[in-house]
Design a protein around this ligand. Sequence first.
Ligand SMILES: [Fe+2]
Length: 246
Amino acid sequence: MDARKAKQGAKVVAGTAIVGGAGVALSSLMGPIGLLALIAPLSALAIRKGESGFDEVKSAAELIRATSTALYLHSFRSATYASAIAAQMGFRSDRVKHVHGAALVHDIGKVAIDRELLERPGPLSEEEFEEVKRHSVLGEQILLESIAQPEFAKWVRHHHERIDGTGYPDGLSGEDIPIESRIIAVADAYDAMVGGTGEPAHPYRECIESKDAIEELYRCSESQFDPSVVDAFDQVLRQGDTLFES
Ligand SMILES: [Fe+2]
């Protein structure tokens, strides 16, 4: 894609992102480089507006919303779960807030992946799955360019690592995986299984009951998930159904 086209696409899509419009296939308009061109102005705008960096997170979340409403809702719910887990694990309130922000943008790399691949009902080929897996590294790149806290980018990079070291992109294991990424992994997986009210997190996947999802998280702890994070999440869910009410 030539620079002029990328710039035009960025302009159109930036406007859409800011007003929160939905359904724009960003990846068909621009590659990751074009996306960085888009995020940078959003970031500059946010830096002028606020000092905490959270306005930048908000802009990034708006970009997700403009790309896919389903992805935005998944991100929003995952952030709610992740921050509740962090609070349950005794994180200080500013750290809880950071976990919330990072979880909100954990899948931002997907804005640079072909939507057709992300939403296809059938199974993906090995090559296609490899393409989808790039979203964690693309997310890191986008955030490094746009968000003041570099640790957000690192946590996003590692949200698909597994405790047993067979995850991606770096095959980190155990405590080498940042705790924030381990928390996001559990929140993300739970929401992918349970979805929203009567609505799956992914268009092609059936929702399952919360109790079955927790059972699955426990079944995969030690291999995929940090057992202490799964325990904390179980505690959160046992405390009642008030996560989305405040
Ligand atoms: Fe992801």
